[in-house]
Ligand binder design. Structure first.
Ligand code: NIG
Ligand code: FE
Length: 420
């Protein structure tokens, strides 16, 4: 048995999804220890000598706070190339949409991904995931969407599958073939969707277990509502769960579509309107907000407070990608949610654990610290979630437990001792 002792505070929400309005269901245990048997949390008890089984391996939290392993439920972590030219253009006043319209943006990365082998994509993504792990992240969703041919989209999904075997973070894959229309299909988005919805592609995704979710960029510069609906329903038919990049640049009914097709989430929502918030509330659609993206693009944030007050469960993610958010740090993103969106540290914790787990349909297993849940735990070197969010940009993680195994511990950390 592995036992975590000397914890200032265990801070956790319940199993998601949870609303973030009113009194929050955050539990804070003090003077408690956590017992882990194999990959599962066995108990939370008073941290006293008689409560610790003989022969336990002890992980000394050194007076730090323990939270559920963080879950980044929206990323594009597999990509090649960089786009600092666009970063400079934006710093001179050009907008993200303008850059996309003039052939930059997503298409830029598509060229680089098409020119990279599966092995190259894997080697590029591996250090990114290793850095995420050291920041306390134990589950990451990764989308395709930079291949935009059958072979290149499958190559991206296979890269995610391979990465799952090479490092401790659990990766969840999403088929985002409907990210934008590639140049070969200029002016013919429907023809492109026909190709990417071919039965052979969908069969391969299903038989090889390559993607659990399907996603579309529903936007005036990408796919309209009708095209997005067609893509999502066809993928749903094959067993994938819909999600939507919605209301990011314009309001075109994208988050209402998410609600209509039973998507687990509508993501972005910078331009969401009241009718869409109501539709999401009525259909149980989770709002995934991406504050690091607005921060990075220098645009207005999604109206987090309005969405929260309407009772829609909110999750927070990095949107890590080479164009609109090169921020791979979920903790920094959490601090941005506090300072730029008016969310509290407790709300942000629930948004990156309980609710992020629900977006990925894993809330019966991860996202909360309670007996019988998978032992995914982040041990901070600060005593509270408030202090973690307050130290924006500092890495406050000292150790990470994934499925009951210590998979990361800060260099010089003296806290792991031999059997008790
Ligand atoms: O979530 N909005 C569309 N897709 C990504 C950005 C992709 C890119 O710019 O490479 C996003 O922001
Ligand atoms: Fe995205």
């Amino acid at each position: 048995m592995l036992v975590i002792r000397n914890i200032a505070q265990i801070c956790t929400g319940p199993r998601g999804p949870v609303e973030l309005c009113g009194e929050l269901p955050v539990k804070k245990y003090t003077e408690s220890a956590i017992g882990i048997e194999q990959d599962t949390i066995a108990w939370i008890r008073d941290d006293t000598e008689e409560n610790i089984p003989k022969d336990s391996q002890i992980l000394d939290a050194g007076g730090g706070c323990v939270i559920p392993g963080l879950i980044d439920c929206h990323t594009h972590t597999v990509f090649a190339g960089t786009r600092e030219g666009e970063f400079v253009q934006r710093s001179q006043g050009k907008s993200y949409a303008e850059i996309a319209r003039t052939g930059g943006g997503i298409k830029n990365t598509v060229e680089a991904v098409r020119g990279s082998s599966l092995d190259e994509l894997v080697s590029l993504a591996l250090p990114r995931l290793q850095r995420m792990l050291t920041l306390g992240v134990t589950t990451v969703e990764i989308k395709s969407g930079y291949g935009l041919t059958i072979d290149d989209e499958l190559k991206m999904l296979r890269a995610v599958q391979r990465l799952n075997t090479l490092q401790p973070i659990k990766l969840v894959a999403t088929y985002l073939a409907a990210h934008t229309t590639p140049k070969e299909f200029d002016g013919n988005p429907d023809g492109y969707l026909d190709l990417m919805l071919g039965q052979d592609v969908l069969d391969q995704i299903r038989s090889d277990g390559l993607a659990e979710f399907a996603d579309v960029f529903c936007e005036t510069t990408a796919f309209n509502v009708e095209q997005s609906r067609r893509f999502l329903l066809a993928c749903k038919e094959t067993g994938m769960t819909p999600r939507v990049h919605a209301d990011q640049i314009t309001q075109c009914g994208a988050s209402q579509l998410a609600a209509e097709v039973g998507a687990t989430s509508a993501d972005h929502l910078e331009r969401i309107d009241e009718a869409s918030i109501t539709a999401m509330k009525e259909n149980g659609t989770i709002a995934v907000l991406l504050p690091a993206c607005s921060f990075y693009l220098g645009v207005e944030q999604a109206p987090a407070r309005r969405i929260i007050d309407a009772g829609v469960p909110v999750a927070i993610a990095t949107d890590f990608n080479p164009g609109s958010s090169v921020v791979e740090s979920l903790p920094l993103t959490m601090s941005i949610a506090c300072t730029q969106m008016g969310m509290t540290p407790s709300q942000v914790l629930l948004a990156t654990t309980s609710n992020a787990a629900a977006v990925l349909k894993r809330h019966d297993k991860i996202g909360a610290i309670e007996p019988n849940m998978q032992a995914d735990l982040t041990i901070l070197n600060v005593p509270s979630i408030e202090q973690m969010c307050y130290f924006a940009g500092r890495n406050c993680t000292q150790a990470v437990v994934k499925s009951g195994t210590i998979v990361h511990s800060q260099p010089n950390n003296q806290s792991i001792s031999k059997p008790h």
